[in-house]
Write a protein that binds this ligand. Structure first.
Ligand code: TRP
Length: 336
């Protein structure tokens, strides 16, 4: 029987995976891929990366790091379709067909584009300064990613929900004009997974420069965790677990029992240094095996490449015949 649920999500290849990505996105996605009632499609959104990143080596390096990360963490690529967006040329092809049913006015309303314009206006600059068409039509490429495989469910951060609404809008317009080709996808924001604080207490995010990279070696990981900001309460002073980044990160990795015990230890006045040491041991225990696999994969990029090529082949086996139907539907046909 065909699984009723097809889950798809993309990862933009501009950065180095950090603990926040791991807890908030990668780990839940890999867990979801183990559900027998769900088909999962996970891909490296390298065309999207070009919108935000002008550094070719960074895009390439990030692609390798992210792919190696998902593989090292145990993504089962027999079950899950794991591929690189740019290996599926049907995706940019579909982007064009979708562009031709997308209202420009819809794109004008995209948060990311509007924020860039507002920024320019606030600085009394030309409103279009520094804005490329890639940024403007980013939501169309994203709609093509999703609609190409008729995904039903798209796990995303809250900031991406508008893009899902746009994908549905675009799908509806295409269906209305050419026939019922596309399923309307739903965004899925998981409020149960933790948003990790970074070293400064704000949400862990590359844009705040407060991240802790996922694949630090033991020593560097310990050092990074020791740098998490705390208040100046002394050892022995009762501490409020709910007001501590150290505790928030601990909780994201620990079992219920361990979390409760740590909360109690905080109230009993555990020293910050000891709390951070416990946090280090907990994270290191979870990551040490995958870290060894990650390092092995980083040393053998060809192996990562082969896995991506195998994924692309599976993705294209679906995309090619579907794209042929879509071309025919819009009137791009052989003459006889
Ligand atoms: N825009 C998404 C982000 O920044 C990445 C992405 C690209 C994506 N294509 C997608 C997510 C398709 C879900 C589905 O996080």
């Amino acid at each position: 029987m065909k699984p009723s649920n097809r889950t798809l999500t993309g990862i933009t290849t501009t950065g180095t995976p950090h603990l926040g990505n791991y807890v908030g996105a990668i780990k839940p996605a890999i867990e979801a891929s183990q559900d027998p009632n769900t088909e999962t499609f996970y891909f490296l959104a390298d065309y999207h990366a070009l919108v935000k990143c002008e550094d070719p080596d960074r895009v390439a390096q990030s692609t390798l790091e992210i792919a190696a990360t998902w593989l090292a963490l145990g993504l089962d690529t027999e079950r899950s379709v794991f591929y690189r967006q740019s290996d599926v040329p049907e995706i940019p092809e579909l982007t064009w067909l979708l562009s031709c049913v997308t209202a420009k006015g819809l794109m004008n309303r995209a948060h990311a584009y509007k924020a860039a314009v507002a920024d320019n206006e606030a600085n009394s600059e030309d409103p279009d300064l520094g804005i490329n068409l890639g940024l403007f039509s980013y939501p169309v490429l994203m709609a093509a990613d999703i609609l190409m495989f008729n995904a039903t469910t798209v796990p995303v951060g809250r900031d991406q929900l508008q893009h899902l609404e746009m994908a549905r809008d675009i799908a509806q317009r295409f269906n209305h004009r050419y026939g019922e080709f596309f399923v309307l996808p739903e965004g899925q924001v998981d409020d149960h997974v933790a948003t990790l604080p970074g070293t400064d207490g704000r949400k862990m995010s590359k844009s705040y420069d407060n991240t802790i990279p996922l694949w630090l070696g033991q020593k560097a990981l310990r050092k990074a965790l020791m740098r998490i900001q705390t208040n100046s309460q002394l050892p022995g002073e009762p501490k409020d677990p709910d007001d501590s980044s150290v505790f928030a990160i601990y909780r994201a990795f620990a079992s219920k029992d361990k979390t409760q015990a740590m909360a109690q230890a905080f109230r009993d006045g555990m020293a910050w240094g000891d709390a951070k040491q416990a946090l280090f041991e907990l994270i290191d225990e979870e990551l040490s095996e995958p870290r060894a696999r990650y390092e092995a994969l980083m040393a053998r990029p060809q192996e990562v490449e082969d896995r991506l090529q195998a994924g692309a082949e599976r993705a294209r086996a679906l995309a090619q015949p579907f794209m042929a139907e879509l071309r025919d539907a819009v009137g791009i046909r052989r003459l006889s």
